[in-house]
Design a binder for this molecule. Structure first.
Ligand code: SF4
Length: 324
């Protein structure tokens, strides 16, 4: 029988640090409930979206979020990232959270967003104080936008791109645009050239190519091999970077099972991810993850030849689909 997360763990808004391929050791801040998003991306590592919406709401109290960040600063993260298990700009108080965190620490604040609401002036104002904003752009045209991102019915790719371009005009911080490429869907050269043209309109500081290295919501969301990604990177201006997995940590810390469980409740992780994110020995990470599987609160499964651990609440829908 599957067990669910205890309320005390589920209520934590701040988690990690987690190993981020793009940001280093990242202290995550989860502003919206699991899979509350404007998109339902076929490659999403958290499974299918359960609440697709464009309605911004005041969720967690910004002061409470900032207090939780303060409590975790001793973990010495490289960055504080507003991301987590849904689209963070759906939280109407995101600006107050960013301002509050900036007031207590010099650690850079990053926002990982799909960028779908950035056409709204209130969202652009909310993001203004962040040090880095990392929006995503995965499709070169409306058809592939619908196919890959499966957006809320009110969203159009042209508006999303125009919003990001408008944000570039007013925003003083860094914009790192993520482009997620999927094999046989968005990786043909003509599609990538068209994506590069859209990216040029946004004029980001960096462009980072990614692919579905973690277990996706839909099994047909296949990764692009690294050699192909390296070749496609040259089509972008500025030249895109291919983001790669962080090396495993040789840190000597021992994270408690609750920390590992909290990490696995945000996304599927390899043992190396757990070790890097929580600064623990590889062997200890394996031991902790295996114990959680044995307790029935986490699952382990193989994707593209690698073993991923994840809490059963995320793994369950994908498993059920496989069994159908
Ligand atoms: S990948 Fe991000 S934007 Fe896409 S559905 Fe998942 S949480 Fe939403």
């Amino acid at each position: 029988m599957r067990r669910t997360l205890s309320p005390s763990i589920a209520q934590h808004l701040v988690y990690g640090p987690v190993p981020s391929r793009r940001l280093g050791r990242s202290l995550g801040v989860d502003l919206v409930p699991l899979k509350t998003c404007t998109y339902d991306c076929v490659y999403c590592q958290l499974g299918r979206t359960t609440r697709k919406t464009v309605r911004r709401q005041r969720g967690a109290d910004p002061d409470a979020v900032v207090a939780q960040v303060r409590d975790r600063l001793s973990s010495k993260p490289d960055v504080i990232a507003l991301a987590g298990s849904g689209e963070p700009t759906l939280h109407a108080g995101i600006g107050a959270v960013i301002d509050g965190v900036k007031a207590i620490t010099d650690v850079p604040v990053a926002v990982i967003t799909n960028g779908s609401l950035i056409s709204r002036p209130a969202v652009r104002r909310g993001l203004a104080a962040a040090d880095i904003v990392l929006p995503s752009l995965d499709a070169p045209d409306e058809g592939l936008f619908q196919q890959v991102n499966r957006p809320h019915a009110s969203l159009r790719l042209a508006d999303v791109v125009a919003g990001m371009a408008a944000f570039r005009e007013s925003y003083a911080g860094e914009i790192w645009l993520e482009v997620m490429l999927l094999a046989s869907l968005t990786d043909p050269v003509p599609e990538v050239r068209a994506l590069a043209e859209l990216a040029a309109r946004i004029a980001p500081d960096r462009i980072q190519l990614n692919t579905a290295v973690r277990p996706p919501a839909e099994s047909f969301a296949a990764p692009v091999d690294k050699t192909t990604l390296e070749e496609l990177a040259a089509l972008f201006t500025p030249h895109a970077e291919v983001v790669v997995d962080l090396p495993a940590s040789d840190g000597g810390g021992v994270a408690v099972a609750a920390d590992v469980l909290e990490l696995l409740s945000r996304r599927p992780c390899t043992v190396a991810d757990i070790a890097t994110g929580l600064a623990m020995h590889h062997g200890e990470a394996l031991k902790a993850a295996t114990a959680l599987v044995n307790e029935g609160v986490a699952d382990v499964y193989t994707h593209e030849g690698r073993s991923f651990y994840v809490v059963t609440t995320i793994a369950a829908p994908r498993r059920e689909e496989e069994e159908r």
